[in-house]
Design a protein around this ligand. Sequence first.
Ligand code: ADE
Ligand code: ZN
Length: 324
Amino acid sequence: MEKLIQALPKTELHLHIEGTLEPSLMLELSRKHKVNLPYTNVEEIQKAYNFEDLQSFLDLYYLGASVLVDEDDFYQLMWQYLLKCKEQNIVHTEIMFDPQTHTLRGITFETFMTGFTRAIEDAKQQWGQSSLLIMSFLRHLSEQEAIDTLNAAKPFLKHIKIVGLDSSELGNPPEKFATVFKQAKDLGLLCVAHAGEEGPAEYIWQALNLLHVDRIDHGVRSSEDPKLIETLVKLKMPLTVCPLSNTKLCVFDDMKQHNILDLLNQDVLVTVNSDDPSYFGGYLNENYLALHEALGLTQDQLIAIVKNGFTGSFLPAKDKQYWL
Ligand code: ADE
Ligand code: ZN
């Protein structure tokens, strides 16, 4: 199974680039920019990665991201992840970034966009890596700040075809962002949103009906609402499920309790992704392997989910057909 997981050409549709910051690079950049962190070595960082919920993770994730300062830092971060894609046979990836995590610290769009796009272009030239960028709004901030972010991104829309919504879910429902998502749609952008990770099924309904999303990130709490499951199946709405993330953040107590295979059996278009691999103990292949070990994911189920990744991607139809 491990060999098949490695050998299959795969997609990754739910990956936060800031969540790929490995402890060694974090320490290196904290020294480079004299950013004070409460860690002195890799072991201390790894020990701190013991989360009880989404917020306890986000606190460390934003702290970690504070070491990213100049264009080369953003290049290195993106480049390391794209090398991982090559290593794990991820032939197409759709990568989220959180501009507000950086602009709030005085880092310009120009700085991170130049670093990101230079790495993406190098990987495309060197081994044909296919990548798209998803600009995510931080939902714990106001809708006006999301609108300001969308406006600041306008000179860079050649490189951004998709917007998303992430950060602290509970208390920040999708409806809070209806106007900015409408503006993004009017600009011709595709839309995704985290919904039903910690938040209730109602947030998934809102993402569908008020934000008109093209894909749901996580969505595992959809299983609490049979009518919603029926709708997701009818719409062929992809869910970007992140198994190791869900167990690390205690959405499920144990991988054996994860509902991804139940959703698959109900014909929901589920995909497997790594979310924030450096914080959750594994990249994409490790997520598939964890499902095999805990839930007995079979070869047929693996292939079905990998195919869902291409179907649920934003690749042009001819590229999807090629991979399917
Ligand atoms: N930002 C990074 N990872 C996230 C997650 N799993 N949920 C919400 N926001 C995030
Ligand atoms: Zn996420």
